[in-house]
Design a binder for this molecule. Sequence first.
Ligand code: DC
Length: 217
Amino acid sequence: MTSRPDNLVIAVDGPAASGKGTVAKALSRHYGLPHMDTGMLYRSVALSLWRFGGDAGNPFEAVRAVDEIGNIDPDDEELRSETVGELASRVSAYPAVRKALLARQQAFAAQPGGAVLDGRDIGTVIAPDAHAKLFVTASAQVRAERRHKEITGRGVDAHFEEVLADIRARDERDAGRAAAPLVPAQDADQLDTSELGVDDAIAAAIDLVEAALVRRS
Ligand code: DC
């Protein structure tokens, strides 16, 4: 293994269902680093807003929901639902919501010993000095197939065409928003997982991190 910095920070970004969460968790295990799924923060805001009947069209109510995320159980099944994911994509477009969630993500990235974070703006905004940055992609068709399989695997009914349309709508919103849009950092390495199984995607991700560490040394 390449010699690594004491505070190794790895940023993993990408669109919905690209495999970035799987890659980030595997990197966290491989390098023995704590992992933060930052999408869960936005999902927690969305769920708390929804539970308390808040209006997702109102940025002030969305920001108020940030204060309530401590009351959301991280194991709450609803957090992973499509409804909450869609709502998370809407509230995450508000600059004030992003700002309210910034410090905890930056503190996580800056902890002694390093960290792995995954999301949409880790390499661009949260940890621009990360030692390695991966931008994980896959075609919309493949991502919709994965998401469809995951939803139906949970015993929930879903139509493939609707899942695909949702993925496309989410891509457009996440990439088209003015505040911290989903774009690869200039110095990110792209990893297309369309044709890769889980093990190959993880092996490719480790190779990219190792190569990034060599480049920096
Ligand atoms: O990765 P995910 O599907 O759990 O994320 C849910 C939504 O949260 C996503 O559509 C956009 C938003 N998000 C974001 O804007 N910035 C992040 N760093 C992570 C997620």
